[in-house]
Design a protein around this ligand. Structure first.
Ligand code: SF4
Ligand code: SF4
Length: 398
C-alpha cells in the first residue's frame, strides 16, 4: 500500500483536487435533516480538475438523501481520508462500537469535527442485553462527539432469532430519547430469511446488508421485500472481499489483478435502485478517488466482462455467506464465519482485524484443526475450497 503522502499526491495529480472547506455546505446538506434539500438524482461538486458527480438516493422511509457512495470507516486509520471524503461531498459514514477496539469511533468523531451534523452517521452495537447496549450507545455518542447518531444498527445478525425483543425495546427507547434517529440491523449472511422478516416486523428503518455481484437472484428478492416495506437499504461487502490487494510477491497476484474489478463491482451494486448507498472501506486517497468514479460512470458491458473474469478468480476463495453449504463441519466450526474472518486478512489485507475477530470465536472453535479430519464434510456449491481456506485461517490466526 502506498504511503498516505504518496496516495494524496496521486489523488491531487489526477485532477481531483478538492476544496479545503466543506463542499457539503455549498451543496446544501447542512442540518440534522441531512440531504433533504436534494432530490434523488445527481449534483456536481466543484473540483479543480472538473466536476465530480454526486449521485443521491433516498434511504427508504427515513427520507434521508444519501450519496450512493458512502464511507465504511472500519479499516480506516487515517482521518485525513475521511476529511477528504467530506470535502468531496460524501455524506454517509459508518462505524461500529467494536471497530479497532473502540478506537475507530474516536477517530471518526475527530475527523468529522464540526461537520458531523452535515452528514448521516451510523454506528453499531454487538451487545445483546439492555445494560450492555445502553452502555455502548453512551460510549459511542461520547467517542463520536455527538448527541445523536442517525442510524444505530444491531450488529451482525444473520437470523431473526438473534434479534431479541429486548434489543428492539432498547432501540425504540433510544429513538424516543433522541439518541438515535433510526433503528437498523446489520447482516453478513442469512438475508433471504432475515430481510423478509424485518419487512414484516415494522420496527426497523434501515438494513445494512452484504450485497455484491457474486450473489444469486434470491438475494435481490430479499432486498426487494425489505425495500417495498420502506426499509432503507445500505450495501456492504460490495467488493466481494477485495482480493485485488494481495501482495505482488504472492503467486496468486497475477491471477487476481484485474484492473477495474473493484470499480466495476461497485458500479454493479449501484445498478440496483433499491440500494440507497454503499460503504466500501477506504484507507487511502487512491481508493477514495477510484470509488468516487462509481457515482459518475454507468455500469458498462466491459464492466460485466471484468466481473465475470474476477468471479472465476475469487471463486475458490470468497465465501458469500449464503448459508447453502452442503454438509456441516464435523468439528462444529461456523465455517462461513471463519471464511469471512479470513477475508479480512486475505482480501482486505487487514490481518490484525482478522486475528481480532478470530480470537472472538468460541474456544472450542479456535482449538479445532482441519488437520484432524480424514476428509472435509463441507462442500461449497459455489466452488470455495472450504478445508483449504479454513486451514489457512487456523494457520494465520490460531
Ligand atoms: S462456503 Fe459456499 S455454500 Fe457455504 S456459506 Fe460460503 S459460499 Fe455459501
Ligand atoms: S476439514 Fe475443517 S472445515 Fe472440513 S470438516 Fe474438518 S474441521 Fe470442518
Amino acid at each position: 500500500m502506498k504511503s498516505n503522502g504518496t496516495s494524496r499526491r496521486s489523488f491531487l495529480s489526477a485532477g481531483l483536487m478538492l476544496p479545503v472547506v466543506g463542499a457539503g455546505a455549498r451543496l446544501g446538506f447542512a442540518s440534522p435533516s441531512v440531504g433533504l434539500p436534494h432530490p434523488d438524482g445527481e449534483a456536481s461538486n466543484t473540483l479543480s480538475g472538473g466536476p465530480a458527480k454526486l449521485q443521491y438516493r433516498t434511504l427508504g422511509k427515513t427520507g434521508l438523501k444519501v450519496t450512493t457512495l458512502g464511507f465504511g470507516c472500519m479499516i480506516t486509520s487515517d482521518p485525513s481520508v475521511i476529511e477528504r471524503a467530506l470535502d468531496a461531498g460524501i455524506n454517509y459514514f459508518d462505524t461500529a462500537r467494536n471497530y479497532q477496539h473502540g478506537n475507530n469511533e474516536r477517530m471518526v468523531g475527530a475527523a468529522l469535527g464540526t461537520r458531523r451534523k452535515d452528514i448521516v452517521l451510523s454506528t453499531k452495537t454487538e451487545a445483546s442485553d439492555k445494560k450492555g447496549m445502553q452502555e455502548h450507545l453512551e460510549t459511542s455518542l461520547r467517542e463520536l462527539k455527538t448527541d445523536y447518531v442517525d442510524i444505530w444498527y444491531l450488529h451482525a445478525k444473520d437470523k431473526p432469532e438473534q434479534v431479541t425483543s429486548e434489543m428492539i425495546e432498547v432501540q425504540q427507547q433510544a429513538k424516543k430519547e433522541g439518541k438515535i434517529r433510526f433503528a437498523g440491523v446489520s447482516t453478513h449472511g442469512g438475508q433471504q430469511q432475515l430481510l423478509p422478516w424485518m419487512a414484516k416486523s415494522g420496527v426497523f428503518d434501515v438494513v445494512l446488508t452484504a450485497y455484491n455481484f457474486t450473489m444469486d437472484p434470491g438475494m435481490d428478492q430479499a432486498i426487494d421485500a425489505a425495500a417495498n416495506a420502506g426499509i432503507g437499504i445500505v450495501g456492504m461487502k460490495v467488493m466481494a472481499g477485495g482480493f485485488k490487494s494481495i501482495r505482488p510477491s504472492d503467486p496468486l497476484f497475477a491471477k487476481m489483478k484485474r484492473d477495474g474489478a473493484m470499480l466495476a463491482a461497485l458500479k454493479w451494486v449501484l445498478k440496483k435502485p433499491q440500494i440507497a448507498t454503499t460503504i466500501p472501506g477506504m484507507t487511502d486517497m487512491d481508493q477514495l478517488e477510484e470509488n468516487l468514479r462509481a457515482m459518475a460512470e454507468p455500469f458498462a458491458h466491459g464492466d460485466q466482462k471484468v466481473l465475470e473474469a474476477h468471479l472465476e478468480t475469487i471463486k475458490p476463495l470468497y465465501c458469500r455467506m449464503c448459508g447453502q453449504c452442503d454438509g456441516t463441519c464435523q468439528q462444529g466450526l461456523p465455517v462461513a464465519d471463519v471464511l469471512r474472518i479470513l477475508t479480512y486478512a486475505d482480501g482486505y489485507r487487514q490481518f490484525a482485524l482478522g486475528r481480532e475477530r478470530y480470537q472472538q470465536l468460541a474456544p472450542e472453535h479456535r482449538a479445532a484443526s482441519c488437520g484432524d479430519c480424514d476428509s472435509c464434510t463441507v462442500n461449497c456449491p459455489y466452488g470455495v475450497k472450504v478445508s483449504e481456506r479454513v486451514a489457512r485461517a487456523q494457520e494465520l490466526f490460531a
